[in-house]
Design a protein around this ligand. Sequence first.
Ligand code: SPD
Length: 429
Amino acid sequence: MHDSLGRHILVELFGCSPSMLNDVIRLEKSMVDAAKKAHATVINSTFHHFSPYGVSGVVVIQESHLAVHAWPEYQYAAVDIFTCGTEVDPWVAYDFLKEALQAAHGSCMELKRGQKAMLERIDIEYLSADRKESALQNQPQFKRNVWFTDKDENIALSLRHSGQLLYDEQSPYQRVRVLESYAYGKTLLIDDMVMCTEKDEFVYHEMIVHVPMFIHGKVQRALVIGGGDGGTVRELFRHKGIEDVVMVEIDKKVVEASKLHLPQLSCEFDNPKLELRIEDGISFMANCADASFDLIIIDGSDPEGPAKGLFSPDFYQDCYRVLKQGGVLNLQSEGPLFNTSAFIDLNKCTEAIFGAASTRCYLAYISTYPTGMWSFITAQKETELNYANFDISEAAIFSQQQHLQYYSPEMHFAAYALPPFVRDMIRTK
Ligand code: SPD
């Protein structure tokens, strides 16, 4: 017979595995398993990863809770294990966690919570009588609440997911993962950033491709830098006039992840008109012959890791050289409100190379990129860019026949209308 209602163990775990402490999925699983080992009934778990490192999470059990806050950079985890009743032994959970987190050593303190000598029990039968029925119907069900968060210091986007990774590979360049999010379906991540999700990838891929395709009007040879998931080449091949596409992706793991788990994106990788090269797009561009493409699309990641070079003036100087006269460059240029400095720098850089009259920015609304507002830049070589000068009826028929979900001639016009605050961020003309 216990002399208190609950037992609360405050645990300090030192010398833990940093990768374990930074892995929200494994940490959540260990905490849930620890609860189960201690014979607790798990009701719910909520876990968040913080970038670049750190995880916080709680497992709610019928007998109270287990909580963790992990500092991978100190190889340290603070854990609370609070149980009530006689069936659950919190020390079993402690032993399990110490091993699972590969802690070199741990220190603990047990507090008795709700000491019976201090309490007086009242009769609350009247409260429970009318709840008996609903309690029977509402047996607790384990509900996981595992979140992926794409964030910088001040802004975050979170997606709740199943807690299982469908793909998880560390390439020489980056970590590539696919998870199953509840609201947006399968989601491709590079490091801690969302690249695309099944449910809204069409916005990005339709807008990065069809806008410049209709502006140019007769693209035959296109080059894609990045685009390893395949969404951009899928959209390019909707255009019957395309004769060949070269796609240069640095990381074969991105292509592999997409082929395995995102068939709606990777469906054109076997197109005979596609030359898929696994190599660095920046060196490819530096060594590419002058005036060899009608269209260049830069479908890279954010300015971290291997994509950093896709944000440099030398690279855009090469793009200019490699385009034919009248050729179009189209690039993803980050979120004006999320990666403001990259957005401004890319606009300035492309304007300096192509000329202000040949460069324009447009927007699309991509709900799974932080802030939702995303931008693209179109630049045309040795030609004043008139984004509104395209074959509207052809674009309308194309949009209908291809069952596009975002691109239409109206969206094409509208996309170039910038809210004044965005226009002011990049105003030079
Ligand atoms: N913050 C996300 C920016 C990602 C841009 N590229 C996405 C690749 C989709 N093909």
